[in-house]
Design a protein around this ligand. Sequence first.
Ligand SMILES: Cc1cc2nc3c(=O)[nH]c(=O)nc-3n(C[C@H](O)[C@H](O)[C@H](O)COP(=O)(O)OP(=O)(O)OC[C@H]3O[C@@H](n4cnc5c(N)ncnc54)[C@H](O)[C@@H]3O)c2cc1C
Length: 482
Amino acid sequence: MNSVGSLDFPQSFTEKDENTSIPQEYDVVVLGSGEGTKSIAWTLGKQGKRVAVIERKYIGGSCPNIACLPSKNIIHSAKVASYFRRSEEFGITKDNFKIDMQAVRRRKRLMVDGLVDVHLANFKASGAELIIGSARFTGPKTLEIALHNGGIRIVRGEKVIIGVGTHARIDHIPGLPESDPLTHVEALELDHIPKHLLVLGGGYVGLELAQAMRRFGSQVTVIERNGLLAHREDEDVSQALHELCRDEGIELVMSCHVLSVEGKSRQSVKLRVVQGESERILEGTHILAATGRTPNTEGIGLELAGVELTERGYIKVNERLKTTAPDVYAVGDCAGSPQFTHIGYDDFRVVRENLAGHHRVTTGRQVPFCMFTDPELARVGMSEKEAKEKGIAYRLAKIPMAADLRTRTLSETRGFMKALVSKEHDRILGFTAFGVGAGEIMATVQIAMVAQLPYMAVRDAVLTHPTLAEGLVPLFSAVPPQ
Ligand SMILES: Cc1cc2nc3c(=O)[nH]c(=O)nc-3n(C[C@H](O)[C@H](O)[C@H](O)COP(=O)(O)OP(=O)(O)OC[C@H]3O[C@@H](n4cnc5c(N)ncnc54)[C@H](O)[C@@H]3O)c2cc1C
């Protein structure tokens, strides 16, 4: 088993401890086994290239182990809890129910173990060699690996691909590091329900976990430095998120700066905060730090490899994801790409094509996102705010989710969908949905956008009734004529 926290890797992946100072030569050395890097390794391995992949802890990277997939797994358990609370509404009476966080965690761990097994099988089938250990550059395209099971190996690649990812940032607030706050990693491993969780940061990591913990029964306070949640989104989106939090019983403390922290997370903590002109104390039992990410680029000898960093510590790359060192590429979060797994995967495509002598760039690609609160918030393309800032003329269509009849069968009518259509031509500029299944509905619109179809193609399509995607027909029927 490979559960997070109990690393027990198959010996075959670590046995080549040769303690030699002569580098072992590979066609490609890949640092990190996240979304972009593992895809490169599997692809080139299958092509018969000699590929080494170095991973220190999470086989397959953050997404399957400690980020996207485990968080969505826990969020789904919380959704079941919310169904239990609402069960009478669906005609099902219950006497009582109890949340067993150890069982919640067990379900998540089982999923993660299964995913790790799939990754190990993929590495084996691809012929790429997975080396478990922590690596640092000692010179151009040369890495020294402190093997997980002891010993050192040195490898050199004709090409090197870096994908070291990011980790949760702990802000420099007096007392915060000492309070031992949870990050998403520990929050997804909780075996108990926090009595009162103080969430630092109202971004998507903070909000997704805030809602899940609230639904398990925690008292939850979200502390956010901006005046609005999702402040870069349109006002109606921010407003809808505020209403959701209010209705879920999540306390929001907005425009708030934390001055200091006292106590220990998991026991009792006090935050001294300033909101506007006034100072106040917020008390809780646990802190979750969700204020941003730091790239894992420090202390790994990048300077010895000629790989330069940006001011914020991300690896400097061009639009083909080439670093400042010849034959060295970087992908994913550490390369400053938008921090999503699907973008890591697209970075893989960019590098794959460039290694094959073709031309593919990151510039101008679609960057869809979905925040997995319940209901979800999904957007692709332009928001109204962005269109206004750029002076792009648009036509707006907006309908409540209740106009999508499937939502009524589900008793999930909260939210809205809106689309921006160009005033000059009929192409779709952007789509936002805050509602049940928003992420799935968005994919349909995205395909139309990729194909540069006029919005009428979606409006006039015969979509199955009653599906959530069917709601796109009333949405695009509401686009004002040119
Ligand atoms: C709680 C949470 C939820 C998220 N949910 C979503 C979501 O729903 N959808 C989405 O698209 N994105 C989501 N993300 C973002 C997504 O997880 C990341 O964008 C993505 O995993 C980044 O992939 P990566 O390959 O760049 O880095 P990673 O997946 O982090 O891979 C880097 C790997 O390199 C290894 N490594 C680092 N340094 C070394 C070293 N020196 N030696 C050896 N190995 C090393 C690390 O152990 C790690 O396995 C979420 C993130 C978080 C934190």
